[in-house]
Design a protein around this ligand. Structure first.
Ligand code: G6P
Length: 362
């Protein structure tokens, strides 16, 4: 059935709001009653033989891949590379002996990603497509498919597919690590962590009017903006920046916060918006000191921090979830910032200029 906007003014807002439900659906789809992951054994056997994972994707899906790399490496200890499909296609990296390819693609139709899959099939390497669309081209052509179960995503700017992809990557890591007997993975209760995430997301969407106000004060007339963070917060910063530029046409960069001082800080002027994402205890103090550097140069800084790391001055406080899954909650206010900025600037948020939902040319 075609998705309906219902009471929502735009699909993008509806799809942002649907994310807690998508998390719960994924838990239902991929865990049985006794809490075991349900993923095809043949897929797990093949994946288990790989010595390195290659995640290939475009756009927002690529950003979900950046978070997936952290999950695979930190929890399961398997080396993982993430590649932009259009780059990999004609400049492939040196491959390991037993590579396994993961294609992240909401639509399952992106030509850049398909080009790589065709090559991978010629090489004879195993592959998995993680997609929202059953029977899509990349689903049919890969060795295996896992479905996102996010429901149709209509807005051109991707929101719920991003969080569904990250959640499903976490579920896949769980299945992989359990099969291998990896203690760190056994200790990581993904089903309950994702349920916690769903509740956290709900708190954030319920506070959307707070974000609407911040967007108005901070972004409704700006020319440019920055998102900064470290580790998964850097991965998130890149997605947050893409979302804002896609729908509001504000030139936005997602930057590793420690790298800013090595050049880009030259762009900071009186009033330049900088959003600092802080969810990792290891780097919270460092990112705060980088934020001080831009504050001292007149930047208008918005802090988005996890509850356990937040100070009284942080404008957006995130519900606590496992630090490796923090992008699932920290992305929500950044999606809302993009949405409200677009609306306040008078743009067609569901159909931004020059963009297509699925790009079927290379
Ligand atoms: C297009 C869309 C993006 C999307 C990208 C990859 O550029 O506008 O929102 O992230 O394609 O799409 P896919 O369907 O492969 O995830």
């Amino acid at each position: 059935a075609a998705a309906q906007k219902g009471a929502y003014p735009h699909y993008m807002l509806k799809e942002i709001d649907e994310q807690p439900g998508v998390m719960r659906t994924l838990v239902q789809e991929y865990f049985d009653a006794s809490g075991n992951v349900k993923i095809d054994q043949d897929l797990l056997d093949t994946l288990g033989q790989a010595d390195r994972l290659y995640i290939v994707a475009a756009g927002t899906s690529y950003h979900a891949g950046l978070v997936g790399k952290e999950l695979f490496e930190k929890l399961a200890g398997i080396p993982t590379e993430v590649h932009v499909a259009s780059e990999f296609a004609y400049n492939p990296p040196l491959l390991s002996k037993r590579p396994f390819f993961i294609f992240l693609t909401q639509s399952g139709e992106t030509a850049d990603s398909r080009q790589v899959l065709t090559q991978v099939n010629e090489w004879g390497y195993p592959s998995l497509t993680i997609t929202n669309v059953p029977n899509s081209t990349l689903s049919r052509e890969a060795s295996y498919t896992l479905l996102l179960h996010a429901g149709p995503e209509i807005a051109v700017a991707s929101t719920k597919a991003y969080t569904a992809q990250i959640a499903l990557e976490a579920i896949l890591v769980k299945a992989y690590g359990e099969a291998k007997g990896i203690q760190k993975v056994k200790d990581f209760d993904v089903a309950s962590e994702l349920t916690k995430v769903a509740n956290g997301m709900q708190e954030l969407v319920d506070e959307k009017h707070n974000v609407e106000q911040i967007a108005k004060e901070m972004l409704s007339t700006t020319r440019n903006a920055f998102y900064i963070g470290r580790g998964v917060d850097y991965a998130l910063a890149q997605e947050a920046a893409l979302k804002l530029k896609e729908v509001s046409y504000v030139q936005t960069e997602g930057f590793a916060s420690g790298e800013l001082k090595h050049g880009t800080i030259a762009l900071i002027e009186e009033g330049t918006p900088v959003v600092a994402i802080i969810t990792d205890p290891k780097t919270a103090a460092h990112t705060r000191s980088n934020a001080q550097e831009v504050l001292a140069r007149g930047a208008n800084v918005l802090f988005i921090a996890s509850r356990d790391l937040a100070t009284d001055n942080d404008q957006i406080v995130l519900p606590e979830v496992d630090p490796l899954l923090s992008p699932l909650v920290s992305v929500v206010p950044t999606q809302l910032l993009a949405y409200y900025t677009s609306i306040q600037r008078g743009y067609d948020v569901d159909k931004p200029r020059n963009l297509a939902k699925s790009v079927t040319v290379e």
